[in-house]
Design a protein around this ligand. Structure first.
Ligand code: XIL
Length: 335
């Protein structure tokens, strides 16, 4: 006891947390962050929509303030993310007449974006999620049928890695995705990564988002995933960890009348057991795992409060709404 997360894991990997510029200005939360964590990820501030709202205009303020906080307090920063099908700016895929741009134009825009964003924080951001969620959830295809894909085919993926590597050759470059523990999706992610590795694309690591639930993944699924990606010579990080107290659901929906949304002792217990299990695996495979980042600080705010079920509070983190450590916290720090 008395040991904080980052201390407990000193000999394993950095422990990170997703933040906004606002979170860092709140004294109680920033104090907790500095006590427990040694790495941060901007939750939204570096995504293309927020940071590059118009073709010739960047909005640096929030990203800059997060990076300045990290520099001041000696925290690592993971950059998130450079190429994604969500939170993209309106202008990106269209020309002035509202028509979809050509592959050439889109790749030039991607290059300019990556050069500017990665270049600005060169030496201050040690790892980048270069491509996020490009693999399909649907077993009939390898890649998601996004506008990136419709316009560029699969080339946007290797180009994104190339551009990022050109501008910051020291940065560790990630492919990042969710549900990578599920055998079918894991297989597709593996196929994509294998192609990239075989083609000598500068991809160094894979991010398991780890938006998990108390009953998913199983330890075998998790271990199989870590080993499978490691077999390609890639490092693995857990990039967006949270463990929902509800079963996983695919579709966005509203709350059903009478739905049980209580955070019961049973739910808290199952969650603690799941946290315990996954951290045992992380420690055992520390040779491959180079970082673990939580997606938000405490149950006071989590993106799962509105996703996938609108109006259902969730409690997926190690600290409660009063920023106090939960059962799961003690299982994670004491081993
Ligand atoms: C989420 C943020 O937490 C929310 O604030 C935002 O409204 C939507 O995006 N996968 C990712 C993250 O890679 O960027 C997402 O973050 C969660 C799912």
């Amino acid at each position: 006891t008395g040991k904080e997360l980052k201390e407990s894991y000193r000999n394993y990997f950095p422990i990170g947390v997703a933040v906004s510029a606002r979170t860092l200005k709140d004294p109680a939360q920033s104090e907790l962050i500095l006590r427990q964590f040694n790495s941060i990820t901007p939750e939204n501030a570096m995504k293309m929509g927020p940071i590059h709202p118009e073709e010739n205009r960047y909005f640096w303020r929030d990203a800059d303030s997060i990076v300045a906080f990290a520099q001041k307090h000696n925290l690592r920063v993971r950059g998130h993310n450079l190429c994604w099908h969500e939170q993209t700016p309106k202008w990106l895929f269209y020309d002035k007449n509202g028509k979809l741009v050509t592959k050439e134009v889109l790749l030039r825009r991607l290059r300019d974006h990556i050069y500017n964003v990665v270049g600005r924080y060169k030496g201050k951001i040690y790892a980048w999620d270069v491509v996020n969620e490009a693999v399909s959830d649907d077993s009939t295809r390898l890649l998601r049928n996004s506008l990136w894909y419709q316009i560029c085919g699969e080339d946007f993926i290797l180009k994104a890695f190339q551009y990022a590597h050109e501008v910051d050759p020291q940065a560790i470059l990630f492919y990042n995705d969710y549900n990578t523990e599920r055998p079918e999706k894991r297989e597709r992610v593996y196929r994509l990564l294998k192609k990239l590795v075989d083609a000598k694309v500068p991809v160094n690591a894979v991010g398991l988002q780890a938006h998990w639930s108390f009953d998913e993944p199983t330890s075998n699924e998790l271990i199989a995933t870590v080993k499978k990606f490691a077999s390609l010579g890639l490092k693995v990080q857990i990039t967006e960890l949270d463990i929902s107290v509800y079963p996983w659901e695919k579709n966005h929906r509203t709350l059903r009348p009478g739905e049980d949304t209580s955070y019961s002792p049973e739910r808290e217990q199952k969650q603690a057991d799941q946290y315990d299990m996954v951290f045992k695996v992380f420690r055992k495979y520390k040779k491959y795992i180079t970082g673990v980042t939580f997606w938000n600080v405490s149950d006071r705010y989590t993106w799962l409060d509105t996703y996938p079920v609108e109006g259902r509070k969730n409690y997926p983190l190690l600290f409660d709404q009063n920023l106090q450590p939960k059962k799961a916290y003690w299982r994670v720090v004491n081993f």
